[in-house]
Design a protein around this ligand. Structure first.
Ligand code: ZN
Length: 210
């Protein structure tokens, strides 16, 4: 299951996307967020959609049944609770949510986030995180994020509904910082997004043993 973060219609539907929904761990969060953008106005939802559209056939060519949490880049939502639970009934073998960060301009690189208190087996989350991290470092053109504690390309959070509500092996990838000049040069080029998609596919395939 691939989850391209945010959606193109979110910004013009604030009453829908600000509605509080279950975020797991006894908390609520807005249904969805607009996401970040580059200083030149390249939107995170466009980036995540394009990366996932490039990633999908790379996995499907290995016989993987790939499902996406949204059908296009012009809709609204779905809410983070729907995204988080999307793979549960499908018994998804792996759940990868693709985002890009809007961190301070001086920070660069990618990081892979695991749930602090996952509903599913934490060991599988961690194996997926390590596989995706290794593939991104080897092939994405991005380094480990230098603005995240630890500096090892990994993070653990308890506030992300998409991770909190999944019972399947799940990670959320922040594939670079859209505010950083070096990262956005990669993210805002088709070749760069293809490179990121290929790296993600290698990480997912390695996790699945394919
Ligand atoms: Zn995001």
């Amino acid at each position: 299951m691939l989850d391209p973060g945010h959606n193109g219609g979110n910004a013009s539907h604030t009453s829908i996307v600000t509605r509080p929904v279950d975020a797991g761990n006894g908390t609520t969060k807005p249904c969805n967020e607009v996401g970040t953008e580059s200083s030149a106005g390249y939107a995170e939802h466009s980036f995540t959609w394009d990366v996932v559209v490039r990633l999908r056939p790379l996995l499907a060519s290995h016989g993987i049944d790939v499902r996406l949490t949204r059908a296009d880049d012009t809709g609204v939502g779905p809410c983070v609770d729907v995204r988080g639970r999307f793979g549960n009934a499908l018994r998804a073998d792996a759940v990868v949510s693709v985002h890009a960060d809007g961190a301070p301009v001086g920070g660069s690189g990618f990081h892979v986030i695991e749930a602090a208190r996952p509903l599913g087996p934490a060991a599988a989350d961690h194996r997926l995180a390590l596989a995706v991290r290794a593939a991104l470092l080897a092939g994405s053109g991005l380094r480990y994020a230098d603005y995240i504690a630890g500096g090892d390309g990994l993070d653990v959070r308890d506030d992300l509904a998409g991770l909190n509500l999944s019972t399947r092996p799940s990670v959320l990838v922040e594939a670079g910082n859209m505010r950083n000049r070096g990262d956005i040069a990669l993210q805002d080029s088709a070749a760069g997004r293809q490179q990121i998609a290929v790296a993600l596919s290698r990480g997912i395939l390695a996790f699945l043993g394919l």
